[in-house]
Design a protein around this ligand. Structure first.
Ligand code: NAD
Ligand code: ZN
Ligand code: ZN
Length: 235
């Protein structure tokens, strides 16, 4: 991976210029596409004009280019863009997961509902620390509750695929994030980031346990919605 990319370059890489914009609304600023971007006062750009409109190359959704730039600048500026209309990801999305450790173990015992195989045991360890510039409140401490966190997958073909995808998601800093815990209400703390894990092996007290026949398919879909797919495993 190269060095940091200019935000304008990222926007230009994934948007095609639209010469004659329609009178539809830009869903980022809610102004019509044939008028200036609602972000033209707050977003400085030497190379993108207030009325410039662009179309995302794969999904075809259309926005003001300055609105896209404002949206990008508001995120963690990792060189990727996500369409705000359909969530298509351009480039490789990464998160803001703080540093930590992911470790894998094997257990011979089976999970409820997966009697024909053993179990993969994942352990995540993250310590409290100080927030970096990409975090919600840079310079402020963050807490890390309930670590190490233990998670379980069936040790079969699909479970091992999910394990590989989780490792990729971990390397892209997507498993955890820093924010408000919906369980405890605590802010500036390490929380799960929309990729569900099974944290109970033999019980299902929290609802995050087994049996759950749809779990592997559901988590594969959650990973895909963050851009983590089988394709990425071969790169
Ligand atoms: P959160 O409450 O903000 O929820 C984020 C997502 O994680 C949601 O989708 C939610 O459904 C899911 N989630 C909530 N509780 C979960 C659980 N026990 N196992 C798996 N997924 C869960 O997320 P959070 O604050 O990171 O975690 C929720 C709470 O669970 C926290 O209070 C945490 O300390 C606790 N927890 C403890 C352990 C432990 O081993 N002691 C392990 C996991 C979670
Ligand atoms: Zn706009
Ligand atoms: Zn789209």
């Amino acid at each position: 991976k190269g060095g940091p990319v200019e935000p304008e370059q990222v926007v230009k890489k994934y948007l095609e210029n639209v010469e004659k914009p329609s009178d539809e609304d830009c869903i980022i600023c809610m102004e019509t596409l044939n008028t200036a971007s609602g972000y033209s006062d707050s977003t400085e750009s030497k190379t993108i004009k207030p009325a410039a409109v662009g179309k995302l190359k794969t999904c075809g959704h259309v926005f003001h280019q300055l609105c896209m730039l404002a949206m990008y600048n508001n995120g963690n500026k990792d060189g990727s863009l996500q369409c705000p209309a359909c969530k298509t990801i351009y480039g490789e999305k990464t998160g803001i997961q703080p540093k930590g450790k992911m470790e894998i173990f094997r257990i011979s015992q089976s999970l409820p509902g997966n009697q024909d195989c053993g179990t993969i045991h994942i352990m995540y360890m993250i310590n409290p620390g100080i927030q970096s510039p990409e975090h919600p409140t840079p310079g402020k401490p963050y807490t890390a509750r309930g670590f190490p966190r233990h998670c379980y997958l069936p040790d079969n073909t699909k479970g091992r695929l999910v394990l590989d995808l989780l490792k990729l998601a971990w390397s892209r800093r997507l498993i955890f994030t820093i924010g408000v815990s919906s369980t405890t209400g605590e802010s500036d703390t390490v929380v799960w980031n929309e990729i569900h894990h099974k944290t109970e092996m033999n019980s299902n007290i929290t609802g995050h346990g087994y049996p759950d026949p749809n779990y592997l398919d559901n988590v594969i879909a959650e990973l895909a919605s963050q851009g983590v797919t089988e394709e990425g495993l071969n790169m």
